[in-house]
Write a protein that binds this ligand. Structure first.
Ligand code: ATP
Ligand code: MG
Length: 718
């Protein structure tokens, strides 16, 4: 018990022992929310004696879930099954693996990532003899995403005995989408949208299934709750209904997925959804130096739609944040790399203490080139697309063939290496399979002696697959992969092909599997492994080496690094001009939150960089407004930034997307009694016209709070 409470402040301890009812923890970046959540999990298991099988803990990414599992295991011992520390999608997979048969889908349904989705589209385009290109695919996938915004289409997919015929009247896109759903059904594939939607339909149609899961999950906790979408919120709300137990932590200022449906209102209006809910505030910041913290606070204060919160630094003063301005992007990249080199040479930092963060993937290229030139090791998280690489997908398709024998994997590898089964013979297999309701592989087996399949590698392929399937039980995943690569001739084929990078990647894949087998200490079997992998995005790769970390800000969410470079801080890039165009003021605020997330990742030192030149569209580059929004004494400026350029930049910012300040929503007078969704009831003590805020003394708080006059949720008490 003491050990569990060690290294937690009073408020965190309160959060840890508040195990019953509806509870939210609202606090800024680096205040120890995730730490409180992790310890609470351990408290429930160790001190309340509740089996982890009854505790659902939802985090945002696989990486975060993996990290939390590791930490929890340290606190509760490694033997327990912590499978319910997972992501929303991971949880849905768990539910569906157990209960999807109620919707007449097999339990070994496959999970489709974007590449799989494109493979399906490609087949449809071939069948319909349409011209295809990436752009069309992307447009169609977006449309499919919109269709899957609600659950209506699921009804059609779960109908027994195949899908009804495509709507004849539909336009071409409509017809393609119908074909797509049909194909999806044929391979029993679910994409990420489907995972949640199928669970909803399952729970709706089978109350007994819902109640089984409600019953099982006595304790539910959610990290990064501010980024929950309506569907995700509904899911946890539904699950928590029986035991009336839900614990959420988050920071509304870090909502960065509004564009994908996230809505911080579930966090802010928590008490309205769950009357009587308890709220815990955390005030100390344990992550960053006071310098970094003040910069972050100064930046986020520019947002109107927010609840101001004070954060106190725990660490002693350190160094000032830096704004570097370069004459061109080469210079910017060179400066960054020099800084990293000197940090390492002065033994202040290891390479892995350094993170380079950016608004969009393409921004990494310059820094990458410079790092390569200087022989500095780096890893790209997210966007590296490790698991999207052809050879990796091929290798995994072999494993999937052994596990499930699904059509997608079959199509992927049947003719790699060449087995003389090209388009024509595939059409034969497809046609037979569809007519007889068999999988492609079953069809191949049935017709291996058919004249259509003479003089092909079909027989050898079948022999290899059958042998591998037989040995599936006795071999672990890494051994199975090795055998598969050899027996099918894939490895030899890659060797002949001679691309060293691909061979290295395959070796790396094998290495990662061995690592999982060793570190997780759990015997993962093939199905579990594939399930885990299919939920992966690339940033979930294990970090092993001492390398600099490069990633987008979205990927860096929830993480922390001693030295952080936020690069490409150019107006139009960050804030992104596209976001502002699409979502105006709200878009700008989300961009600012993104910048806030970026700077608050830093523990010891923060560098914001940008440079002159021209953007891709030809627009002249200026420093981001976010830099100008922060008082100049909060950072040190390095590199020659001409005052004339600053002026020009400010003119540009004003002119290009000048956002009209809305008139204040409400003109309350001094002394008005008001209600606030988080702080409750209070009195307006004074009004600051310049900052456009009220200073409100809330009945439950010891000191007044500045609340923006734009904040719509501040209401007069009648
Ligand atoms: P974010 O909003 O960025 O997700 P967070 O609120 O989840 O941040 P944590 O990641 O839990 O913050 O904690 C930030 C850092 O502070 C971590 O390194 C954590 O170990 C440390 N920390 C948290 N609480 C304490 C404490 N009471 N004493 C010492 N260190 C702490
Ligand atoms: Mg956190």
């Amino acid at each position: 018990m003491e050990k569990l409470m060690e290294g937690l402040n009073e408020a965190q301890q309160e959060a840890v022992v508040s195990t019953e009812g509806y509870i939210r923890v609202v606090a800024g970046a680096g205040s120890g929310k995730t730490r409180a959540l992790t310890h609470r999990y351990a408290f429930i298991v160790n001190e309340l004696g509740v089996d982890p099988a009854h505790v659902l803990s939802v985090t945002f990414t696989n990486k975060a879930a993996h990290e939390m599992r590791r930490r929890v295991k340290r606190l509760i011992g490694g033997e327990q099954d912590t499978g319910f520390i997972t992501t929303y999608h991971g949880f849905c997979v768990r539910v569906l693996r157990e209960d999807i048969h109620r919707l007449f889908y097999p339990k070994n349904f496959s999970i489709l990532d974007v590449e799989d989705q494109k493979t399906l589209l490609r087949e449809i385009f071939e069948d319909m003899e349409l011209k295809m290109n990436e752009k069309t695919f992307k447009r169609l996938l977006d449309k499919i995403g919109i269709l899957k915004g609600n659950t209506h289409y699921v009804q059609q997919m779960i109908m027994r005995g195949g899908m009804p015929a495509a709507d004849e009247a539909g336009d071409l896109d409509g017809q393609i989408i119908q074909q797509y759903l049909k194909k999806q059904k044929r391979v029993y594939g679910l994409d990420f949208d489907d995972l949640l939607n199928f669970v909803f339909v399952l729970f709706e149609q089978y109350p007994d299934v819902l109640s089984k899961w409600q019953d099982r999950l006595y304790y539910i906790q959610v990290d990064e709750f501010q980024d929950s979408s309506l569907k995700q919120f509904e899911l946890v709300r539904m699950l928590a209904q029986e035991h009336e137990n839900l614990f959420v932590v988050g920071d509304p200022d870090q909502t960065i997925y509004e564009w994908r449906g996230a809505d911080p209102k579930y966090m802010i209006e928590f008490e309205e959804f769950f009357p009587g809910a308890q709220t815990v505030f955390l005030k100390e910041n344990y992550r960053s130096t006071p310098e970094i913290l003040s910069l972050g606070n100064a930046l986020i204060k520019n947002n109107y739609f927010r609840v101001d919160k004070d954060m106190l630094p725990v660490h002693p003063p350190g160094v000032k944040a830096v704004h570097y301005h370069g004459k061109n992007d080469r210079e910017e990249a060179k400066w960054i790399v020099q800084q990293i080199q000197s940090l390492v040479e002065e033994k202040q930092a290891r390479l892995s203490d350094v993170a380079v963060l950016y608004r969009a993937g393409y921004l990494s290229r310059n820094v990458e080139q410079e790092l390569m030139a200087e022989n500095l090791e780096y890893t790209i998280f997210g966007g590296f697309k490790f698991f999207d690489r052809m050879e990796i997908k091929d290798a995994l398709a072999h494993l999937k063939m052994i596990a499930a024998g699904d059509d997608l994997s079959f199509s992927r590898i049947i003719n790699v290496p060449k087995r003389q089964i090209g388009k024509k013979r595939m059409a034969f297999i497809r046609q037979k399979a569809e007519a007889e309701g068999l999988s492609y592989y079953e069809t191949l087996k049935k017709y291996e002696d058919h004249e259509q399949l003479q003089r092909t590698g079909a027989k050898a392929f079948i022999a290899a697959m059958e042998e591998l399937k037989e040995r599936k039980k006795e071999l672990n995943v890494s051994e199975l992969l090795q055998e598969a690569m050899q027996k099918t001739g894939y490895e030899a084929y890659r060797r002949e092909d001679g691309d060293q990078e691909r061979l290295d990647n395959l070796a790396e894949l094998l290495h990662s599997i061995v690592q999982y087998e060793q570190t997780l200490g759990e015997d993962i079997d093939l199905d579990e492994y594939l399930q885990m992998i299919s939920l992966y995005t690339d940033h979930d790769r294990e970090e092993r080496m001492d390398t600099i970390k490069l990633m987008t800000i979205h990927t860096a969410k929830g993480l922390e690094f001693p030295y952080v470079f936020v690069i490409g801080m150019t107006e139009g890039v960050m804030p992104s001009v596209r976001t502002i165009r699409q979502r105006k003021e709200r878009g700008l605020e989300e961009e600012r939150r993104l910048a806030y997330v970026a700077v608050t990742r830093a523990e010891k030192a923060l560098y914001m960089t940008e440079s002159e030149g021209f953007q891709n569209g030809g627009q002249k580059k200026y420093p981001s407004r976010f830099i100008f929004e922060v008082e100049e004494d909060l950072y040190e400026r390095v590199g020659g930034l001409d005052p004339a350029l600053i002026e020009e930049a400010e003119d540009y910012i004003r002119a290009s997307h000048h956002l009209k300040q809305e008139a204040p929503q409400q003109g309350f007078e001094k002394g008005t009694r008001v209600h606030h969704p988080v702080f409750g009831i209070g009195t307006i003590q004074s009004i600051d016209e310049k900052k456009n805020t009220y200073l409100v003394f809330f009945d439950n708080l010891k000191a007044p709070r500045p609340i923006s006059r734009m904040f719509k949720k501040l209401e007069k008490v009648q």
